[in-house]
Design a protein around this ligand. Structure first.
Ligand code: NAP
Length: 284
């Protein structure tokens, strides 16, 4: 039976540290404040906003909401981003995407200051990740994978790591972060041939495909560490979510695996607040 890499456990440990960090900042008169910019009333945005707000309250951080109607103009959105950029009381900004189709995503991303870009969406943050300059922040989900490995003292250094997926939010940044940690990284994607044999060679496997329960026991062997980033509706249409990995058949084979739900997704909003605290510490 594989060890369970519990995101909930990681989130609890991170929250305890973050509470102390916020206390220290408050003692200096700084309350870390997250600006949340939302366009429209999309369910997933609202539920993520609720979770982030709850996590902020839990650690003693504050939230400032900027809510614009679905039919807002691009200029009004850019104005809200500039306002949040210029507000020294707002230390970090979360901008929900995808934006409505009539708004230019590139223009919105370009308006956001990398030093306030809490989810690594700006080109500045991506450049910082690429160069290691420290500019901006990594996407929260990608960094959550690293935090899970760190918590369970799994060091990628010298290990063969396979990342399945090459999106700019997960696959590519997680591969760069693992490379930074001295893993020997291979990236697989939809055009990769014979993926099971490539995955089997890895010591650590990070799967971020967005294909419900599509990677099964044929891809795994004993001793591997598996982090499943996928969050998908269940293929049989029943309630709840599942990962990209067939958990029930893979978990008995591998050394450790993160569940879905209760894995990476449980750490993501912690990383958001972790970035916020880092941003507030930079100005303290
Ligand atoms: P995405 O943008 O759709 O990217 C999926 C990647 O998987 C692409 O690079 C794609 O390859 C690759 N892929 C698709 N089918 C494949 C196949 N059959 N074999 C090999 N590679 C394949 O998705 P994403 O935004 O990265 O999200 C991935 C998953 O993470 C989703 O389930 C999403 O819901 C989940 N997610 C979780 C969290 C969290 O907090 N846990 C946060 C965000 C997203 P190509 O590039 O060749 O098309």
């Amino acid at each position: 039976m594989g060890q369970l890499l519990s995101g909930k456990e990681v989130a609890e440990a991170l929250t305890a540290v973050m509470k102390k960090d916020v206390e220290a900042l408050k003692a200096k008169g700084i309350t870390p404040t997250l600006g949340i910019i939302r366009v429209g009333e999309k369910g997933p945005d609202i539920s993520y906003e609720k979770g982030a707000t709850k996590r902020c309250e839990e650690v003693g951080a504050a939230v400032k909401n900027y809510v614009l109607p679905e039919d807002t103009t691009q200029e009004k959105l850019l104005e809200a981003i500039r306002q949040a950029n210029d507000d020294s009381g707002v230390h970090g900004i979360l901008l929900f995407r995808p934006l409505p189709k009539h708004i230019d995503d590139n223009a919105a991303r370009a308006a956001l200051l990398p030093r306030k870009d809490m989810d690594g969406i700006t080109d500045g943050s991506m450049a910082g990740l690429y160069s290691g300059s420290g500019q901006g922040y990594a996407p929260c989900t990608a960094e959550s994978v690293i935090k899970i490995l760190e918590h369970y003292q799994i060091d990628p250094a010298g290990k063969r790591v396979v990342v399945v997926g090459r999106s700019t939010v997960i696959g590519k940044p997680v591969a760069l972060l693992l490379l930074e940690k001295n893993g020997t990284v291979t990236i697989c994607h939809s055009k990769t041939k014979d993926m099971p044999s490539i995955i089997k060679e890895a010591d650590i496997v990070v799967v971020a495909m967005g294909r419900a329960e599509s990677v099964g026991k044929e891809s795994f062997r004993e001793g591997q560490i598996v982090v499943d980033v996928g969050v998908n509706p269940k293929p049989d249409g029943s309630k709840g979510t599942c990962g990209d990995v067939k958990f029930a058949e893979v978990e008995p084979i591998v050394a450790a695996i993160s569940p879905v739900p209760g894995g990476v997704g449980s750490v993501t909003n912690c990383m958001l607040i972790n970035h916020l605290i880092r941003a507030a510490q930079r100005v303290s």
